[in-house]
Write a protein that binds this ligand. Structure first.
Ligand code: NAG
Ligand code: NAG
Ligand code: NAG
Ligand code: NAG
Ligand code: NAG
Ligand code: NAG
Ligand code: NAG
Ligand code: NAG
Length: 239
């Protein structure tokens, strides 16, 4: 058992330490970091003319839009974009996760936010959303997020990092699965179905679908998604 005196001293030390720690973490010279991981939504992809050519990446993505909004308050916030177009959750584990974890660990306490968009490339090669291929891929995605990606990020980042993730807006069962995983792991969730919808003109306003038959968000869509992340994060980064 801890004695009352030890407890008191411990509390006092914590109180003395906390404000000092906060200053050291957010000052005018030192940087704090936001790491964006995932697929083409995270990396950004711009379509400048008819497909299959005319795609450019990396490009302005929701991570840039969110970073812009947050940097009004957190001027020393720097964005690191590790996402890559076409990546599945397996690719994220093999090509983005260690880089992210290494950065978070070697800049202890300075990473404040991590966002993720991943999953559609896992299932997109299946011919249907109601076949064995799809369900196997979905199970693999669930396992990768629940048992590898999320626990490893949390282990590296501890309590000081805020986490947010997005869905997409086309395979209902994929979106529902992602929402469920992220909610259970206490991530903030930007459910893109709340802003982009194939049944009304948001699909034309916010994506390249109507012009080029491509679901990637255009500049207005990128800004809308960045705004949705900002809203679900609730503005405060430092806990
Ligand atoms: C500001 O932050 C940087 C990086 O963490 C640190 O090296 C520096 O000592 C801090 N400066 C002050 C005045 O707290
Ligand atoms: C790119 O777009 C231009 C028109 O802007 C078109 O002429 C060209 O064929 C396109 N390139 C490819 C590879 O599709
Ligand atoms: C990531 O790092 C872990 C721990 O150091 C290591 O076991 C694993 O092989 C690495 N993965 C890749 C894809 O490099
Ligand atoms: C998808 O359907 C095509 C044509 O029926 C078939 O050749 C291919 O193997 C199928 N792919 C998967 C992953 O089931
Ligand atoms: C999925 O397939 C099963 C069996 O073929 C069928 O009973 C079910 O209605 C299908 N579900 C959807 C949503 O299409
Ligand atoms: C259009 O879709 C968006 C995104 O789902 C939704 O927020 C909006 O309410 C819809 N508009 C109408 C008129 O239903
Ligand atoms: C999508 O748009 C349709 C038509 O405007 C609307 O009825 C539906 O509620 C919207 N879905 C969402 C999730 O807002
Ligand atoms: C989409 O754009 C049209 C034309 O600019 C505009 O009238 C409409 O209000 C927009 N709708 C949404 C949901 O952004």
């Amino acid at each position: 058992m801890l004695s009352e005196k030890t407890l008191f001293l411990f509390t006092l030390l914590l109180l003395l330490y906390l404000p000092f720690r906060k200053n050291a973490q957010q000052n005018d010279t030192g940087k704090i970091y936001y790491i964006s991981i995932g697929d083409s939504f995270a990396e950004g992809l711009k379509i400048t003319g008819p497909l299959p050519g005319n795609r450019t990446f990396p490009a302005y993505s929701y991570a840039d839009a969110l970073h812009y909004l947050l940097s009004k308050k957190y001027k020393n916030l720097e964005l690191l974009k590790y996402g890559r177009g076409g990546h599945t959750s397996d690719d994220l584990i093999n090509k983005q996760l260690n880089k992210t974890i290494d950065f978070v660990k070697s800049n202890s306490g300075l990473t404040k936010l991590i966002t993720i968009t991943i999953g559609t490339n896992d299932v997109s090669k299946c011919n249907s959303t109601n076949n064995t291929c799809y369900y196997n891929k979905l199970d693999n995605l669930k396992n990768n997020l629940n048992n590898i990606i999320i626990p490893k990020l949390k282990e590296a980042g501890g309590e000081g990092v805020k986490y947010a993730a997005s869905t997409y807006f086309w395979y209902p069962s994929l979106e529902d699965t992602l929402v469920d995983i992220y909610n259970k792991n206490e991530f903030k969730v930007a459910d893109l179905r709340s802003i982009i919808n194939f049944s009304n003109n948001t699909i034309c306003n916010y994506t390249y679908w109507c012009e080029y038959h491509d679901v990637h968000p255009n500049t207005d869509g990128v800004n809308a998604i960045g705004g949705l992340f900002y809203k679900v994060l609730g503005e405060s980064l430092l806990v």
